[in-house]
Design a protein around this ligand. Structure first.
Ligand SMILES: Cc1cc2nc3c(=O)[nH]c(=O)nc-3n(C[C@H](O)[C@H](O)[C@H](O)COP(=O)(O)O)c2cc1C
Length: 163
């Protein structure tokens, strides 16, 4: 398949995950193109699309939501999947909170699969405002990405996108 992997990212975590996904799809015999959500052109030229973004303050990063909104009619005809990256997907966020994050997109154009991955929190990559909030909340720094889980989801999703 020719697969478009679209991402949005503020501090590079989701970008690295999307790069890894594109690599894994390539190893599995697909042709994967990697692009920022706001740089995506001609999504109709692809057999399938994966769209991913981090969650900030309970919301999927805006560029990803905007892509789904602006391309909803076309997406309905192309198998696609969504994924989100955050530091609360280790049991901290409730199922209701997690369900709410992609509610709009799910309604606009239902995906074949949704991935939720633990990300990374690096204070040195945040702006002053965000760093202050994270310090106040005592949010723990670290890289919590589980690359095996990301690989497994990517390969299982590729199978679903093919059906
Ligand atoms: C100000 C701020 C708010 C955040 N809010 C959430 C949140 O609501 N839920 C969550 O799971 N993670 C939250 N995070 C963690 C980010 O989603 C995580 O750091 C992610 O890996 C960042 O991805 P990026 O580097 O691609 O931007 C927040 C981080 C910051 C700095």
């Amino acid at each position: 398949m020719k697969i478009l992997v679209l991402y949005s990212s503020q501090t590079g975590t989701t970008q690295e995950i999307a790069q890894f996904m594109a690599q894994e799809l390539g190893k599995a015999g697909h042709k994967a193109d990697l692009k920022l959500c706001q740089e995506a052109q001609n999504p109709g030229a692809y057999d399938a699309i994966i769209i991913g973004a981090p969650v900030y303050a309970g919301k999927w990063k805006a560029e990803a939501g905007a892509f789904v909104k602006n391309n909803a009619e076309q997406l309905k005809k192309i198998p696609h999947a969504y994924f989100m990256v955050g530091t609360s997907f280790n049991g901290t966020a409730s199922p209701v909170e997690m369900e709410a994050i992609l509610a709009k997109e799910r309604k606009l154009s239902p995906p074949v699969s949704e991935g939720m991955f633990m990300g990374r929190l690096d204070y040195s990559r945040l702006n002053f405002f965000q760093r202050t909030i994270c310090k106040m909340m005592k949010a723990p720094e670290g890289d919590f990405r589980d690359w095996d889980a990301i690989r497994n989801w990517t390969l299982a999703t590729a199978e679903l996108l093919q059906k």
